[in-house]
Design a protein around this ligand. Structure first.
Ligand code: PSU
Length: 305
């Protein structure tokens, strides 16, 4: 029994009991990041990918006044079909729980929940960051300050290329968040392997990433790490191709005065339409790729004890 409002799925409960590696997965990508039914198919495939890599998947969401750490098949399906689900970050997770509403966790809220559940590694698609025009809109994702606060290693394909990537990297540096490109020198840009920006750190193995996570704990440093794992070459949309599409979607968002939490879902949906689904296919592949790396890091962390 725990005083925390956490409910573990049987699979995650068993992994905890035997000390098997666990990878946290978020749910905003399901409710706000992808259309139905691809969202449900992807969520299932990502969980399967984590299992195949030898870890237990813990998809996280808020339902009925509890943070669910691992979802049953029926719960996952209900979430993928649901409408009017809250998009939860640090600011609203407690309200969602207290009011008994249904909420999907963003990167920030998933990190909080994973840490409460004792899970050190979390895989997703792309983190939120500093939006373009943030110098006037002040639109900066709470994902960044969470990375500076909560000790979870987040595996993403970089930050979404709809953002201002140079400013996102600057903000992460200011907040003391290690940004580790996996297997290349460049910071990847979600749908593309290349962003034209050097990553502050590069590592080539899950063991190095796990050792660095552990060392941060030993030093008592607050916050997590961002592992920027480039999309597989076969799935990427090269930067020159996606850039004009992003710019068109951004111009539309501005014309329609889309703001705050609605910006990222709007842009992802428009880019999906403008690329005739290619952006979604790329998004799915990069999440699967991140799930595999997340499982490998979780296994290495387990070995380190
Ligand atoms: N990765 C994806 N698709 C998504 C997200 C991540 O492939 O939709 C979600 C995450 O939950 C992340 C959120 O926290 O997008 C960022 O939203 P915002 O820019 O409003 O902070």
């Amino acid at each position: 029994m725990t005083a925390l409002p956490l409910t573990f799925s049987p699979e995650v409960e068993e992994a905890r009991r035997i000390g098997a590696p666990i990878v946290a997965l978020e749910s905003t990508i399901i409710t706000h990041g992808m259309p139905y039914p691809q969202n449900l198919e992807t969520a299932r495939r990502v969980e399967e990918e984590v299992r195949r890599a030898g870890a237990a998947p813990a998809t996280i969401a808020v339902m009925g006044g509890r943070i669910h750490i691992g979802l049953a098949a029926a719960e996952l399906e209900a979430l993928a079909r649901a409408r009017n689900v809250m998009k939860l970050s640090r600011a609203d997770i407690a309200a969602c729980l207290a009011l008994g509403r249904t909420g999907a966790t963003t990167v920030a809220a998933t990190m909080i929940a994973a840490h409460l559940a004792g899970i050190a590694v979390f895989a997703t698609g792309g983190i939120g960051g500093v939006h373009r025009g943030a110098e006037t809109s002040f639109d900066i994702s709470a994902d960044l300050s969470e990375l500076a606060t909560t000790p979870v290693t987040v595996v993403a394909a970089g930050a979404k290329a709809i953002l201002d990537l140079p400013k996102t990297l600057e903000a992460l540096e200011t907040m003391g968040v290690p940004v580790i490109a996996f297997g290349q020198d460049e910071f990847p840009a979600f749908w593309s392997r290349s962003s034209g920006l050097a990553a502050p750190l590069r590592m080539d193995s899950a063991a190095e990433i796990a050792a660095t996570h552990k060392m941060r704990g030993t030093l008592g440093l607050a916050g997590g790490q961002l592992v920027a794992n480039p999309i597989p070459t076969t799935a990427e949309i090269p930067r020159a191709e996606i850039t004009p599409v992003i710019e068109k979607a951004l111009a539309e968002a501005e014309a329609q005065r889309i703001a705050a939490k609605a910006v990222t879902p709007f842009l992802l949906a428009r880019i999906f339409e403008l690329t005739e689904g290619r952006s979604l296919a790329a998004n799915i592949e990069l999440v699967l790729n991140n799930a595999r790396l997340g499982a490998a890091i979780a296994a290495e962390l387990n070995r380190l004890g």
